[in-house]
Write a protein that binds this ligand. Structure first.
Ligand code: PYC
Length: 301
């Protein structure tokens, strides 16, 4: 039997499952190399942790490993593969380390495959993270759909996003099927492999409401930390957000992240604040007699 300690949390409705990876003996000299080794040699464990029957298409896993420069590094993953970064997951990891007594209130650094992320745990247990520098790569990118044309920005916020606000859809739970269908069609017709998150945005007082389709074709229940970062970078590029000005990003479930940017060495560094709650502590058991011990997903990309 293989056993893995797991701690689950949710951040604004989006789940994170932390597991510990020291015993895997991942090879490499950076978190990006450890991620590549994890993807190559341990994809069955990714699937065992993230996919059914122990996980689900909406779960994001966080493999915690000792860092090279700092105490902890993290490799995020989901039902279909590894992720570059994950904002709601960073908040979940911070709350998990606090819950375990490994991190206290104050400042910390977390190594990710795309760079170090600053984390601050506040006295009220909310968590702020200073993301990797983010930017808009292209604007007014046109996508011809079956019944409309949309335009949007391609932006980096720790993951690659296509952000679109002329989608013409109401962002509400009652409209989930249309949002799923539309964002999947945009993803397909945009046809850029690196852009694996689609973010539909609608304005609201003091910020925006969003719907984010994730790479495993599940929608983010939270406002998406990297998606919020990409949006902040676009707003900053447009001169619509000043450094330090607070922006509220609301998810389809009604959960809210607050975000702002700081300019460091001429780069736009998004800061995002949210809160995670622990939901479960468990031991995952992989029984060698279980033919489905390494999990399964119906998602085919
Ligand atoms: O919060 O950055 C995020 C995220 C990415 C995928 C799911 N959540």
């Amino acid at each position: 039997m293989q056993r893995f300690r797991a701690i689950d949390s949710h951040t604004g409705g989006e789940p994170t499952r932390v597991v510990f990876g020291e015993s895997l003996g991942l090879q490499g000299g950076s978190m990006a190399e450890l991620r590549a080794d994890f993807a190559e040699r341990f994809d069955h464990l990714r699937s065992a942790v993230a996919c059914e029957p122990r996980g689900s298409d909406i779960l994001v896993g966080a493999l915690l490993v000792p860092g090279f420069k700092h105490e902890w590094g993290v490799i995020f993953f989901n039902n279909v593969g590894t992720l570059n970064m994950c904002g709601h997951g960073t908040i979940g990891v911070a709350e998990t380390l606090r819950f375990l007594g490994k991190w206290g209130a104050g400042e910390h650094l977390l190594e990710t495959p795309v760079g170090d992320v600053g984390v601050r745990i506040n006295a009220d247990h909310s968590v702020e993270f200073a993301n990797v520098p983010s930017y808009r790569k292209e604007s007014a990118v046109r996508v011809d759909l079956s019944d409309r044309v949309v335009t949007g920005d391609v932006a980096w916020g720790g993951n690659w996003f296509y952000l679109c606000d002329d989608h013409g859809c109401e962002i509400s739970m009652g409209n989930l099927n249309e949002l799923m269908g539309l964002s999947e069609e945009i993803r397909r017709k945009l046809g850029r492999d690196e852009v694996d998150h689609i973010e539909l945005v609608s304005p609201m007082e003091g910020g925006a409401k969003n719907f984010v389709l994730c790479p495993g074709l599940a929608y983010d229940r939270s406002p998406c930390g990297t998606g919020t970062s990409a949006k902040l970078a676009c707003l900053y590029a447009d001169g619509k957000l000043k450094p330090g000005q607070v922006w509220r990003q609301e998810s389809i479930t009604g959960s809210v992240f607050e975000g702002w940017v700081k300019i460091v060495n001429d780069q736009c560094v998004p800061h995002v604040r949210g809160r995670a709650f622990i939901t479960m502590e468990s031991e995952l058991i992989l029984d060698p007699d279980d033919p489905l011990r390494f999990g399964f997903t119906g998602v085919k990309l």
